[in-house]
Ligand binder design. Sequence first.
Ligand SMILES: Nc1nc2c(c(=O)[nH]1)N[C@H]1C(S)=C(S)[C@@H](COP(=O)(O)O)O[C@H]1N2
Ligand SMILES: [Mo]
Length: 310
Amino acid sequence: MLIKKPADIRPSEITPPDLFRQRRRLLELATAASVGTLLSGAVRAGEKLTGVRASAYRAEDEPTPFEDVTRYNNFYEFGTSKEAPAKAASRMKTRAWTVVVDGEVTNPQTYAIDDLLKLAPLEDRIYRLRCVEAWSMVIPWVGLPLAEVLKRAEPTGNAKFVEFTTLLDPNQMPGQRSDVLDWPYVEGLRIDEAMHPLTILAVGLYGEVLPHQNGAPIRLVVPWKYGFKSAKSIVRIRLVEQQPASTWMRAAPREYGFYANVNPEVDHPRWSQAKERRIGDFFKRPTLPFNGYGEQVAKLYSGMNLRKFF
Ligand SMILES: Nc1nc2c(c(=O)[nH]1)N[C@H]1C(S)=C(S)[C@@H](COP(=O)(O)O)O[C@H]1N2
Ligand SMILES: [Mo]
């Protein structure tokens, strides 16, 4: 046979040896990523996630100890104290779990969570998380870029915002039997914020499947915004034309704006935003504009009055 079919050509014939080795290594990694998460069936909190890629997005700050990241939480579906979620969220079922991606898209999807995890390789990212209550943490997340999920749904020209909805199930989420918030919990982003490479859907932390109290099986992480923007235990991602009304905006519109960008110059009525206490530290440290991610994201807001659009 004179003409070889692509399948007959060994990669070593067409690529220089070094490149070939490098490529094979990448292929091995990619296979490990998909097969690993697939076959190990790592679905329970604490199970090791395999094939996670090292990402370039790693803050240099010392990560907050696992114990603090998983025992000091805000998750009102399981109570309003910081300690409640670690105890009460354990009975939430994270399989079977489906995530709907719909609204202003030409290709709406209903994903079984394990299929959604296969859309892109999982990456580890070390991000700062700052709560509007003026505490902060540094968390080694495992997740995938939200942009990958949105692109596959093919947003229409009308898709200007993205709305995220948490599971509504008062049987599993006892906090939803109280009217402390308007359930289900809803958050929103502008589409360019949602598509930004820093924005991820997190499915793990410290290399392990996400603990329930941190928003299992899948939660949003937007590192330049206050922690409340990171909706937990998401069941629906809807592309919309109008700016969504988030749960916190509805609860207290003067306190919580749609943008919620970390901003040391604009105080919350009850908490100064100039400084923050890193969990584990004694002294406070200055809060950075956009939580230190200004270089990457400030341009999204050029020309906007950030006191008005807080
Ligand atoms: N569904 C849901 N998501 C939520 C919350 C909540 O109460 N319910 N709290 C938010 C707030 S105020 C913060 S600071 C972060 C906390 O995330 P962590 O517990 O993983 O640190 O989750 C956010 N996501
Ligand atoms: Mo928060």
